[in-house]
Design a protein around this ligand. Structure first.
Ligand SMILES: Cc1cc2nc3c(=O)[nH]c(=O)nc-3n(C[C@H](O)[C@H](O)[C@H](O)COP(=O)(O)OP(=O)(O)OC[C@H]3O[C@@H](n4cnc5c(N)ncnc54)[C@H](O)[C@@H]3O)c2cc1C
Length: 295
């Protein structure tokens, strides 16, 4: 199967996620372009296999049983970024940090917020990633991709239907291959300084030296997840090797855990916060794959 493509059989997903958790993906493909993705989808459909798309795996909890079927990772083989006047066009596997750096190099402002988000353009669009008052919706002109049937599709900004940490891509099965961003002329040095300042603030507040998927929960109405978790005395709270970071209570980290531990911790934290404050925390991270079969 998939003979014409770069694929890894039984790929351990802990090597492909920033949380460093998760069982094997049956087949992990690393395509180079839209044609390869279409070919992979065709073969998977013919074999009756489910298809999952991932980017850098920085917002994912993959369960211990791993992912059945074909997992398409849009990453290192699709990282081209091109400038066209005030616009940047990027392949979906380009890292947001590289996109922000390319914007700074070109003297284009608007992507400074994205410089420290450790995901790809495709993942950033799917999640409408954002930070420090910026988010992908503000700079995205449109995107290209493939439907679950493998047909080419173009989506403009309205069709991408961005919301808070979501977009029309979430759950649609559409695979983004390319996106275009509209930026404002700026001054390279000032743009770079702003990015450095935001990255300093990030490093000061976030446990960047520990495996995580960033903020585990979305910001609830009327509060901040980290403040609510802290208020409930849960900093440092553990389930097995999964722990609420002592540096930033919004980050749940892996200190030698299983995905099971991590899910238990997410559930217990959400229950405790709801009991204490009446506010229900919803996960921001995407949970995919299968639980390990009971032995
Ligand atoms: C230390 C740390 C800090 C973080 N800080 C922030 C932050 O400030 N703001 C923020 O918003 N997030 C943050 N995150 C979370 C994460 O980086 C973002 O959500 C990012 O946009 C995810 O991109 P990814 O490529 O890793 O996607 P993945 O985690 O691989 O996937 C996330 C979702 O996007 C979908 N997806 C990925 N690529 C594609 C594609 N090509 N086509 C269609 N769907 C696709 C997947 O199916 C999945 O549903 C942080 C994470 C970490 C580890």
């Amino acid at each position: 199967m998939f003979d014409a493509y770069e694929v890894i059989r039984n790929a351990p997903m802990r090597e492909y996620t920033t949380l460093k958790l998760g069982g094997p993906a049956d087949w992990l493909a690393l395509p180079r372009n839209g044609e390869e993705i279409a070919g992979l989808i065709r073969e998977a459909r013919e074999a009756g296999m489910p298809v999952t798309v991932i980017g850098h795996g920085s917002n994912l909890l993959v369960l211990d049983g791993g992912i059945r079927g074909l997992t398409i990772r849009i990453g290192r083989n699709m990282r081209e970024i091109r400038r066209n006047g005030n616009r940047l066009e990027a392949q979906a596997g380009a890292m947001l940090s590289a996109l922000a750096a390319a914007a700074a190099d070109a003297g284009l402002a608007g992507l400074e917020f994205a410089g420290g988000i450790p995901g790809t353009v495709g993942g950033g669009l799917a999640m409408n990633a954002g930070a420090y008052d910026g988010e992908m919706s503000q700079v995205t002109a449109g995107a290209e991709g493939l439907t679950p049937e493998g047909k080419a599709i173009r989506l403009n900004r309205e069709e991408l239907a961005f919301g808070y940490r979501t977009s029309a891509i979430q759950g649609s099965g559409i695979i983004i291959t390319k996106a275009e961003f509209i930026l404002e002329p700026g001054e390279g040095k000032a743009i770079r300084e702003k990015m450095a300042e935001l990255n300093r603030r990030r490093a000061e507040k976030q446990p960047l030296d520990q495996p995580s998927a960033g903020s585990t929960f979305k910001r609830p109405k009327g509060g901040f997840a980290a403040a609510l978790i802290d208020q409930c005395g849960l900093k440092g709270f553990r389930c097995g090797g999964a722990q609420v970071s002592t540096k930033h209570a919004g980050f749940l980290i892996n200190r030698g855990s299983s995905s099971r531990d991590f899910l238990d911790l997410m559930r217990k934290v959400a229950e405790a916060v709801e009991k204490e404050t009446g506010i229900r925390l919803e996960p921001e991270i995407r949970v995919i794959g299968e639980e390990e079969a009971a032995s």
